[in-house]
Design a protein around this ligand. Structure first.
Ligand SMILES: [Mn+2]
Length: 322
């Protein structure tokens, strides 16, 4: 796919009769923020649409304006355009059965993941953007859409979430965009931080303690890792959403290893891996994730494999060998 221009994208969007907009499952602030902001844009131009994220909007992201409009069930009827946000690879959208039923619907993409298997027909994939919302913002600016506070708020959540409040990003453009939007619409970053990061449950803090107590440095592969099993989550009555962000940050901040790995037992025989690195460690986890059938960004990526925590660990060690 060759990247489209904003003008071409506008033509495709305005030319569609009704649009199905989708973002990736296990969504973050960027996925929900971009989808919600896009929904408000479609409302403004009076375009019939359906907003979809198949795993639903997690509790911690329901404060984003427009999040309540996002559905988790596939629509029943065909649409004439799918617009996908922030998804990296087609499987992350979770709409295989819908696409099987309606294989001819073209896909337009707004993504900042490395080019992988997004399977889009047109749109923009540009990994120089630190978030998908910024790409959407540039589009909205290019078509002269009048942004309101709800759109601005959803965009700012996406920027702050994907840059970790500018801890993960070297890109001053995201700071400028966030500064501009927060100033113009009186949006308070601390309020967003409290909502995004200030919701940790005591049970989750205890489980994080257990997970941290088993952190190890894999010397051969030179990475640090830990894991969580289903029985741990069950014991504390938690879901992976309750711990994911926090554990990733803690592991990423370890001094040892070229990168960190966090393994989650998703269901019997299915394991998800989350990979993190940093500019000072200069290890590209997206490349490693791709070898494992996943994808992502240079310093934050993930994959899903069949097997056990142990077999997944061995697989990562094999591909990470220096
Ligand atoms: Mn993103």
């Amino acid at each position: 796919m060759k990247n489209s221009s904003f003008k071409e994208i506008e033509k495709i969007i305005t030319g569609a009769k009704k649009i199905l907009a989708v973002s990736h499952q296990a969504p973050d602030g960027d996925a929900i923020g971009s989808l919600a902001a896009f929904g408000f844009y479609l409302q403004k131009i009076k375009k019939p649409h359906y907003l979809l994220c198949v795993s639903g909007v997690p509790e911690s992201l329901k404060f984003i304006p427009g999040a309540a409009r996002i559905k988790s069930k596939h629509p029943k009827n065909p649409f004439d355009l799918i617009v996908g946000f922030d998804y990296g690879s087609k499987i992350q959208l979770g709409i295989e059965s819908y696409l099987k039923k309606y294989p001819k619907i073209p896909i337009l993409i707004f993504d900042h993941h490395l080019t992988a298997d997004q399977a889009a027909d047109f749109g923009i994939i540009d990994s120089s953007y630190t978030s998908a919302v910024e790409l959407l913002y540039d589009y909205l600016k290019a078509i002269n859409l009048k942004i309101d506070k709800k759109i601005a708020y959803a965009l700012v959540v996406g920027i702050l979430s994907d840059t970790g409040f500018f801890k993960y990003s070297n890109n001053s453009k995201s700071m400028e965009t966030a500064a501009d939007l927060t100033k113009r619409f009186n949006i308070k970053p601390v309020e967003i931080d409290n909502k995004l990061n200030g919701q940790l449950k005591i049970a989750a803090a205890k489980l994080l303690g257990e997970i941290l107590s088993r952190v190890k440095h894999h010397h051969k592969g030179d990475f640090v890792y830990s894991w969580v099993e289903r029985k741990d989550l069950k014991k504390h009555r938690l879901t992976t959403d309750d711990i994911n962000e926090n554990i990733s940050i803690l592991l990423k901040n370890l001094k040892d290893g070229r990168f960190s790995l966090f393994l989650t037992e998703k269901s019997e025989g299915k394991v998800r891996g989350s990979l993190r690195s940093r500019p000072d460690k200069n290890y590209n986890v997206a490349k490693l994730a791709m070898k494992l059938g996943g994808g992502g960004h240079k310093y934050a990526a993930g994959f899903r494999v069949k097997g056990t925590i142990d077999s997944a660990l061995k697989l990562v060690a094999k591909y990470a060998k220096k």
